[in-house]
Ligand binder design. Structure first.
Ligand code: 9MR
Length: 604
């Protein structure tokens, strides 16, 4: 009977990679498609880029919006008080007008590009307000009627979201410098759309909550604000499209526009084909999120060509990767898979023939299927409490078995292990692997991870935004009963457990990350071992979002990932994945790529 049930679910689907062979149709461009949907596709540009004919040609062909990457910032325009230099900015505005492109002005107030005379100035509050007004009136006033969108304040909130950032204008004026800047910009050009712009505020998190609170307060009090810019400087696999959709939705409900203002998607190491495919999948998803909501009016990449990306600049700390390729066009202005992904998303939105075949799209975002055969359950050692795992497909979780979550794995002795030793990002000299196990009793589901890793690196990334960039293990569960769902909903959780818990002595509130991870009510202990580190963890069978019933052959969606970083300051360079379905590291957004956990009654 048991076997029959198991064989019935055998038709597990496996993705296959498709090679990438799309020829560019000369009629199609991002711009042409965007213009059919009153949408803007933009790029950040330096004035010097206009000296490069191929840059000019690509920019004018593909984009209908332009953001000055540097030339419209206050420190550039008014390095000396009252002495404005508009030469660079004027050139960009003239270029945009000549090519019927819209300028997205950036940025009137930004702590990183505030003139020295403001930073060092010893002004009273009233004097400072007067100076802020003069500067904004002069800059916005000069282009009145010609620049329809301005980033009025950029990055005014701290990374934790707990406070306003300590900035030169805030020190001189006080917290209301932000609303004053909006009022002055409105006074200078009442028709311009005024935006608040920031990073790390794309999804749902404390910082995006702080932005939401700031702008809803402005809306409620009638301070002129019309939009929010979500910068969108991402790492591949580093955002949850569903969360961004929710954030866009709540901002839209305030009557505000949203624009993705500085999109780039970076990666560590060389840009392999696999990386470029995953990057393309991310561009597709991000473009799709924007196009899905009418409140989202522009998708702006932070540059045209990889050649000029700011991410190749020196001294970027752990971003530093001289060979990074984060944009839509390569160093030679050739369109990359990411370009075709963005183009395809736009094409589908406007009802144009898709640019990518289903197989090509599946190779980027997952979805195409094949059948894999599952062997009958077998215990290779009769003392085992459950059958051997089927690599990358099924893990049999024995029950009822109770575990003490104490960092000592001796109570897992008769429990079979699953193995995680491959994945989309594996360094040549990789020495990191892991085994894992799961069991349940009447109250909890327990997890064990034993990681072999000669360099356990942790403690340098912000757990709120970059937990997956350092040593960590992710357990994923889909308890909804529908293993085909392709997006997160209550009952699905990505539970990322950081090695940083080694130095954390509060097992009932461990340092975790991942989609819906807080709903899992995780308890976890992480300890260093001779060969790496070990995680013991548990989640309750009953929470606000799920009821898990361990019964013979009952099934959950289940997935295990390992993130490895070998240098403490660097982003992860290793990504190992258990489920064979997830070849492109998409489990964080698509639960249909999980493998399966079957409960196995040890007494049967
Ligand atoms: O990409 C820009 C880089 O060339 C400049 O040197 C730098 C300082 O002005 O600003 C960079 O752009 C930033 C943008 O204005 C605000 N968000 C973060 C961007 C990347 O640092």
């Amino acid at each position: 009977m048991v076997r029959k049930t198991l064989f019935c679910i055998i038709a597990l689907m496996l993705m296959f990679g498709a090679s990438f062979t799309v020829a560019q149709d000369s009629e199609l461009s991002l711009r042409a498609l965007a213009e059919r949907d009153n949408f803007y596709v933009g790029a950040a540009v330096y004035t010097t880029h206009l000296n490069d004919p191929i840059h000019v040609e690509t920019l004018a062909r593909e984009f209908n919006m332009l953001t000055p990457e540097q030339q419209a910032k206050h420190c550039e325009l008014e390095a000396r008080q009252g002495q404005f230099d508009f030469r660079g900015f004027d050139r960009l505005v003239a270029f945009a007008e000549e090519h019927n492109m819209v300028i997205h002005g950036h940025a009137l107030v930004w702590h990183s590009c505030t003139p020295q005379w403001v930073e060092n100035g010893d002004y009273t509050r009233d004097e400072a307000i007067g100076l802020l007004r003069d500067s904004i009136m002069t800059i916005v006033g000069r282009y009145k009627g010609r620049i329809p969108i301005w980033d009025v304040v950029n990055e005014g909130i701290t990374d934790s979201g707990a406070a306003l950032r300590d900035t030169p204008w805030r020190r001189l004026i006080g917290d209301d410098y932000i609303e004053l800047a909006f009022q002055f910009a409105h006074e200078a050009d009442p028709d311009a759309l005024l935006f608040y712009n920031d990073y790390g505020t794309e999804g749902m998190n404390p910082k995006s909550d702080a932005v939401y609170d700031l702008v809803s307060d402005f809306v409620a009090r009638g301070i002129p604000i019309h939009g929010v810019g979500l910068q969108s400087h991402f790492t591949i696999g580093g955002f949850d499209a569903n969360q961004i959709a929710r954030n866009v939705e709540r901002l839209g409900e305030l009557g505000l526009q949203v624009q993705f203002t500085e999109v780039d998607i970076r990666h560590s190491g060389e840009a392999t084909d696999n990386i470029l495919q995953r990057q393309a999948g991310d561009y597709y998803r991000l473009m799709d999120v924007c196009l899905a909501n009418d409140a989202c009016t522009a998708f702006i990449t932070w540059g045209v060509t990889d050649k000029y990306t700011w991410l190749r600049g020196a001294n970027l700390g752990f971003y530093n990767n001289p060979s990074v390729q984060p944009l839509l066009f390569d160093d030679n202005y050739q369109p990359k898979p990411a370009y075709f992904a963005a183009l395809d998303s736009l094409a589908r939105k406007v009802g144009e023939t898709p640019v990518l075949s289903d197989d090509e799209l599946a190779a980027m975002i997952g979805g195409t299927a094949q059948t894999v055969e599952i062997p009958p359950p077998v215990k290779s050692n009769p003392r085992q409490e459950a059958p051997d795992a089927v690599p990358g497909v099924i893990y049999y979780a024995a029950f009822p078995i109770s575990i003490t979550v104490d960092g000592d794995a001796s109570d897992w002795e008769r429990i079979p292990r699953g193995l995680v030793d491959s994945g989309p990002t594996v360094p040549q000299d990789n020495d990191t692997t892991m085994t894992f196990a799961a069991v349940a009793d009447q109250t909890n589901l327990y997890f064990l991870a034993e990681v072999t890793d000669s360099q356990v690196a942790y403690g340098t990334h912000d757990p709120a935004t970059a937990w997956y960039q350092e040593d960590s293990v992710e357990f994923y569960l889909n308890t909804t009963g529908d293993l085909t769902i392709t997006s997160y909903q209550p009952g699905v959780a990505q539970i990322g457990i950081m090695a940083a818990n080694i130095d954390h002595d509060n097992p009932t509130s461990p340092i975790i990350g991942g989609g819906n991870s807080s709903t899992a009510q995780l308890t976890a202990i992480v300890v260093k071992t001779d060969t790496g580190y070990l995680i013991e963890a548990s989640v309750p069978l009953t929470t606000d979002v799920w009821t898990i019933e361990p019964k013979q052959a009952a099934v959950l969606g289940f997935q295990v990932h390992l993130n490895g970083s070998r240098t403490p300051d660097a982003d992860r360079d290793t990504k190992l994945i258990w489920s064979l379905l997830d070849t492109l590291d998409q489990s964080y957004s698509n639960p249909s790529l999980f493998g399966r956990l079957f409960f196995w009654n040890k007494n049967l």
